[in-house]
Design a protein around this ligand. Structure first.
Ligand code: PMP
Ligand code: GLN
Length: 380
């Protein structure tokens, strides 16, 4: 294995899920729902499979899906997008990787919020660029101007932004996004905005796409995917849109990573993006109730639970339990408590960033969450 990839030989999600399976633990580690999304979506994909849509689709994605993404961006976020500037990818993961590889190389710096989604670090390493972190710290996980300024330099080429944010559950405010936008403009950096949780936002919070801020559409690549919105994380249909020349650069890389993506899933996702508003808001409301169920259970079991405004994830501090090492607890918990969670420290460079925090996924059936809460309470 080449040296730059040696820190990335395994993913914490694969390891923790394997441990949960081995021990029979309730798996609140890896974030994936245990219920499938809209029935019409599944039927449309099955119909496409049976209907012979099984060969290479067009490289940039099928026209229906590129049009549906453009319409969706207008309908929910007021963004003006031409279908010609939409590229369908193999999940958001590929969109991000292709963007980072298309736009950065050795000597360039990529600004990421810390904690960061695990693929960001590996992807930046693949491109040979260097990551610079903006610390978001518990319990508020706020983006501050000082932290942002410290991460930018004259080598900043790209900002890898993520809101709603995994793993903290933060939904960045307009003011925080304006800070990011101002620094991106000052440093002439491109923003890659990972918005896979765009629809998983709870009462009191509002998702603001950074591309909707003045002057940002021309320097932002917006990334999302069907996985989270429609509870089909295994389908790996994502997309990216932005200014034509930036999307063309991403397409140049994508075509040699995977060439094309999931033919029979594309028409199904296109139709799903056009489903009524209630499908989107109804799912968020269900998830919000699950957030509350799990948060209350964690608090009753003695954790200090942080506010969660969106995503599938809530973080909790182990210090009130008399513990100081959340990572050690996370690796013991499946066996001893029967519940799996992810230590937030694995998403950080700074070894002092989040040593006492665990991330719990609540995108599970209520009975599964109840079982987890009961086991946590019993463990004391
Ligand atoms: N970004 C974030 C912040 C995520 O949490 C995930 C899903 N785990 C992804 C990207 C990857 O999305 P996809 O499965 O569409 O590649
Ligand atoms: N996004 C999911 C999470 O954060 C995991 C996806 C994966 O396993 N790569 O839990």
């Amino acid at each position: 294995l080449v040296e730059r990839m040696r820190p990335f030989t395994t993913t914490v999600f694969a390891e923790m899920s394997a441990l949960a399976t081995r021990t029979g633990a309730v798996n609140l580690g890896q974030g994936f729902p245990d219920t499938d999304g809209p029935a019409s979506l599944l039927e449309d994909a099955a119909a496409a499979l049976r209907g012979g849509r099984n060969q290479y689709p067009p490289g940039p994605g099928i026209p229906e899906l590129r049009e549906a993404v453009a319409e969706h961006q207008q309908r929910f976020w007021g963004l003006d997008v031409s279908p010609a500037d939409v590229l369908v990818t193999t999940g958001a993961t590929e969109a991000i990787a292709a963007a980072v590889m298309a736009l950065t190389g050795p000597g360039d710096e990529v600004v990421v919020l810390e904690p960061y989604y695990d693929s960001y670090a590996a992807t930046v390493a693949l491109s040979g660029a260097t990551r610079r972190t903006v610390p978001l710290r518990a319990p508020d996980f706020e983006v501050t101007e000082a932290a942002l300024r410290a991460a930018f330099s004259d080598r900043t080429r790209l900002v890898l932004l993520n809101s709603p944010h995994n793993p903290t559950g933060r939904v960045l405010s307009r003011a925080e996004l304006e800070l990011v936008a101002r620094l991106a403009v000052e440093h002439d950096a491109v923003v890659v905005s990972d918005e896979v949780y765009e629809h998983l936002v709870f009462s009191g919070a509002q998702h603001v796409p950074v591309a909707s801020l003045p002057g940002m559409a021309e320097r932002t690549l917006v990334v999302s995917s069907a996985g989270k919105t429609f509870s089909v994380t295994g389908w790996k249909i994502g997309w990216v849109h932005g200014p034509s020349e930036l999307v063309a650069a991403v397409r140049a890389v994508k075509q040699f990573l995977t060439y094309v993506s999931g033919a029979p899933f594309q028409p199904a996702v296109a139709a799903a993006l056009r489903l009524p508003d209630e499908v989107f808001t109804g799912f968020a409301a269900q998830l919000e109730a699950k957030r509350d169920l799990l948060s209350q259970g964690l608090a009753a079991a003695g954790f200090a639970v942080n506010r969660c405004e969106g995503t599938y994830f809530v973080t909790a501090d182990v210090r009130p339990l008399g513990l100081t090492d959340a990572s050690a607890l996370a690796w013991r918990m499946p066996e001893e408590v029967g519940v799996a969670a992810i230590p937030v420290q694995v998403f950080c460079d700074d070894p002092t960033a989040a040593p006492t925090l665990l991330r719990f996924a609540f995108c599970k059936r209520d009975e599964v969450l109840h079982a987890a809460v009961e086991r946590l309470a019993a463990a004391g």
